[in-house]
Structure formats: C-alpha cells, structure tokens
Design a protein around this ligand. Sequence first.
Ligand code: HEM
Length: 480
Amino acid sequence: MALPVFLLLCFLLSIVVIFILIRASRRRLLRLPPGNLGLPFVGETLQLISAYKTENPEPFIDERVSRFGPLFTTHVFGEPTVFSADPEVNRFILQNEGKLFDCSYPGSISNLLGKHSLLLMKGSLHKRMHSLTMSFGNSSIIKDHLLVDIDRLIRLNLDSWSDRVLLMEEAKTITFNLTVKQLMSYDPCEWTERLRKEYVLVIEGFFTLPSRLFSPTYSRAITARTKVAEALNLVVRRRRKEAVAISEGGGEKQNDMLAALLADDDGFSDEQIVDFLLALLVAGYETTSTIMTLAVKFLTETPLALAQLKEEHEGIRAKKSNNTEALEWSDYKSMPFTQCVINETLRVANIIGGIFRRAITNVPVKGYTIPKGWQVFASFRAVHLNLDHYKDARSFNPWRWQNKPVPTISGNVFMPFGGGPRLCPGYEIARVILSVFLHRIVTRYSWVPAEEDKLVFFPTTRTQKRYPIKVRRLNCDQAM
Ligand code: HEM
C-alpha cells in the first residue's frame, strides 16, 4: 500500500477513535442515560424510520427499553436524543416546559408555521395565548355554540357520500371546514376549498428537507404558505374594519376566535393573527381526522364493538323525530361506550406518538443527566402500549375503559393530548367532533373496506390508502 494512502487511513482511523473516546468520556462525566448513539451523523435514524414505516414499529422501542431501561439515549434526525418511555419522566418533561425544557420543532415545521404561531410561542405570551385558545374550546362554548355547527357540518359532508369513499379525505375535509367555521365563521364554499388545497401543500412541506433548492415539496409548501397567509390576511383586514363599525353601533358581532383576537386589549398585528390562525388549522387537522378514520377502521375490525356502538347511537336516534334533528349536549353526554371507543383509539394509535423538547439546562432525572441543549422525546406511545400499564396492551379493546371514570388530564399513563402548559387546547372539541361523527356514520351508513389497507406511522400515523370504504345508506334515511 502506498505510504500516503496508509497515512490517510491512519488519520481517518484516529479521528473515529477520538470521536468514540470523546463520546464515551462525555457520557461518563454527565451520567447520560444508557443507550447507543449509532453511526456518526445518521445515528439510529434509519432504523427508526424503517420501523415506523411498518404496521408494527414497537420493536424499535421494545428492544432498547429491554436493553437499557425506559430512559435511553439514541441519536435521531441529526441530534443526540434522550428517549423516555417512562410515564413519570414524561409528565416531568411536560410540566417543566419553559423552566427546564423548551418546545422544539424541525426547521421545516417552524418556518412554515410562522414565528407567531402558538406552537412556537414561549414565555408569558404563550401562557396568555394558550389560555385564550383554551377558553375558546371549553365545554360551555361547545355546548352553547359550537355543537350545532359541528353536527350540521358533519351531516352536510356525510350527505354527499355515495358508493365508494376515501374516509381519510372526507375526515380531513370535515375537520378543516369545522376549524375554519370555529376560527372565522365561514361555511364551506369555493373559497374554503381553495384554501384547503393550498393548505394541504403547506402540510406536505412539514416532513421534508427545509431547503427550497433541494426539496421541490418544501419549495411548493412555502409558495402555498404565502397564498394561505394572503387569503387569511384579507379576511383579518376586512374583519378589522367591521369590528370598528360594530364598535360604533353598526353590524352584528361574530362569535368566533378571530373576533376574540381582534378584541384583545393588547392588540395583535395582522401578521400575528394570521400565524396564529394558520397554526390552529394545522393542529386540529391531521390529528382529529386521523383518529376519526382509525376509530372506524378499528370498529370495522372489531364487529362486537361496532354492534355495541350502533346500539348506543340507535337509542339516541330513536328519541328524535327524524334523522336530521340536531344532536344536543345531553345526547353527547349519553354516549358512554363511544367515549370508550375514542379513548381506545387514542391509546392504540395516537397520531401524536410523543413530543420533542430541548433541555434548557443540564437536567437531572432518575439518577442520570439530560445535557443542556439535548433533544428529548417523551413517548406517549411507548407508555400507552406498555404491558405493565395496560393488559393485552397491543389490542384494540374499548371495553377496558368501561365503568372507569373518563380519564382525567392528570393521569400519567394516558396522555393523548399531552399535558402541562402546552396541553392540547382542542382536546374537548376533538372529543365532541369524534362523538358526533361516530353517531352520524353509524346511524346513517353501513360500510365495508373497499380494499385492504395498512397502518403506518412515518412520517405520520395514517393508513397507506386513506382507508377506502364502500358505503350503503341505511333504510331510516328513506323516510326523510
Ligand atoms: C384527536 C385530536 C387531537 C390530538 C390527539 C391532539 C394532541 C395534541 C397534543 C399531544 C398536543 C401537545 C403538543 C406539545 O406538547 O408540544 C397538542 C397541542 C395543541 N393542539 Fe391538539 N390534538 C388534537 C386536536 C386538536 C384540535 C381539534 C385543536 C384545535 C382546534 C388542537 C389544537 C392544538 C394546539 C393549538 C396545540 C398547541 C398548544 C401549545 O403549544 O400551547 N388540537 N395537541
């Protein structure tokens, strides 16, 4: 071997050895949780992606938990990461948002959301905006105001179904239309549909390289984001003018989120409001529509549960004079088995499998240290599917929730909506949407899967073919 090649090989080898030694000594000094950082730069990203692209991603976590325990170190998406499958640690991470940890999103997501989005806000502004959003989704607002629209818009969508339906697409249209209605009082129309099409392109950009040069999807997403922001900006400007007219005694006040933002004493800029609206559209869209689709999928695969759910909803429908009579709050409150189905769907296949945070300082936890600047991932999924917490944890069994109080937001082992200062402000609305949707679908249609369709979990939880079903209207509609 020529001398220069030999020297080059020695040089490269010493760099690798130094790299491994530095990593090992750093780990000893800081008492990092045990684990494996994998290959330089890529870490264990490829193993994670290939596991989550299958129907059964659990081995990725199971193997590491059995080797290292529920708190382990890995290296994913370009960063060393402490991974928690421990319910107490997960709660600790969520509760210490802003004190020991900050939220952290990949560059593609934060660029597309905009700097004023609730998901990226920090500190006192986040606290204020979070509570404003929570107050807009609480049960009395849903009861007095939103439930009617939720029921009406779900019925409107279901009315258009015939023969073959891509359930995931319909569920997305429903949730988008509901959020637009809740935010700025628009009913579905050509404008909302145009907005939705652009907005879908924005979401596609979330899971790509944040570079206009190297990723056409990202480039398209940025262009679409500009168009969505322009459209929302026009609405905000018009509503601002109307708000002035209303304060001078002309016109009728709208009862929506935009009105609350425009009336806020501190006064938000148009840009702040647009970013805020856009983020709310994002937060409720994929999440709620995926759970709607998966609830139907799991029920289809569990005929006994579907039969029991139908019975519950037939009982509610039988009290109505016809099939179009609106659902009331008391109806929603008399759906105990439906709540079991929703909990179980959220447990088995929550679209938000966990949350990323970044340590602001060295954080001691369970005898280890999470180093300052490191990424942490609190995995809800690992807890939800842990056999120590749930018997036969990996099967869909809605009966496990029967005769138990509806899980409160304080439980450590059931956290589909997160917790702490960033607890999902849409958790109650999401439950109502899911319940009304299940009511309307089981009382109006019977269905069978049109094709075999598989669940995958990367880049998001979804079925590969958007869950196509063949639907048949039930006889009760013919009387209408
Ligand atoms: C089944 C449906 C849903 C699930 C499973 C879900 C889950 C979650 C989770 C786990 C978080 C916490 C994220 C974190 O800690 O970083 C979150 C945050 C959030 N969710 Fe939801 N969500 C759902 C529906 C909705 C809906 C319908 C809305 C609004 C209409 C909404 C609005 C938000 C917002 C704005 C945040 C950010 C809160 C913040 O950062 O302060 N979500 N959601």
